[in-house]
Design a protein around this ligand. Sequence first.
Ligand SMILES: CC[C@@H](C(=O)O)C(=O)SCCNC(=O)CCNC(=O)[C@H](O)C(C)(C)COP(=O)(O)OP(=O)(O)OC[C@H]1O[C@@H](n2cnc3c(N)ncnc32)[C@H](O)[C@@H]1OP(=O)(O)O
Ligand SMILES: [Co+2]
Length: 134
Amino acid sequence: MIGRLNHVAIAVPDLEAARAQYATMLGADVGAPQDEPDHGVTVVFITLPNTKIELLYPLGDDSPIQGFLDKNPSGGIHHVCYEVDDILAARDHLLTEGARVLGGGEPKIGAHGKPVLFLHPKDFNGCLVELEQV
Ligand SMILES: CC[C@@H](C(=O)O)C(=O)SCCNC(=O)CCNC(=O)[C@H](O)C(C)(C)COP(=O)(O)OP(=O)(O)OC[C@H]1O[C@@H](n2cnc3c(N)ncnc32)[C@H](O)[C@@H]1OP(=O)(O)O
Ligand SMILES: [Co+2]
């Protein structure tokens, strides 16, 4: 059901410092900061030859990544995002299998303008999983 790895997301305590590090120290193709108010985050995408890195920083008072950063003040890997062809079919299959689909199970439009869903990290070996329909 899952296809390519779309991105690995890293929550960071200082977005500009992380951008500069990837651009200067690692020589990566680093994008501009993008506010995503519907998701409570500001994102920066880093394009690699085979996938992307998504730097995440809290936006607003109710960011879903604030608790993660409170527990991991130096930052850390926050989620992985897998591509699926049909997100509603994927959701229904996962619910049948007993996985918890977050956000009431209704896809939201993600940073690439495509529908996304999140799966509870406790159901996936401690790793928050995002699905993106491509
Ligand atoms: C930009 C849009 C989009 C894209 O297109 O790419 C994005 O990526 S948006 C990214 C941010 N959005 C989300 O993360 C949405 C989904 N997340 C959630 O619904 C919540 O964050 C959560 C996963 C349900 C966690 O809820 P929270 O209230 O923050 O924390 P809890 O303390 O209740 O967590 C319970 C339990 O889970 C552990 N946890 C939390 N987050 C993670 C994580 N990212 N990876 C691994 N484990 C995580 C947390 O530590 C708790 O464990 P215990 O301490 O053992 O109880
Ligand atoms: Co993401």
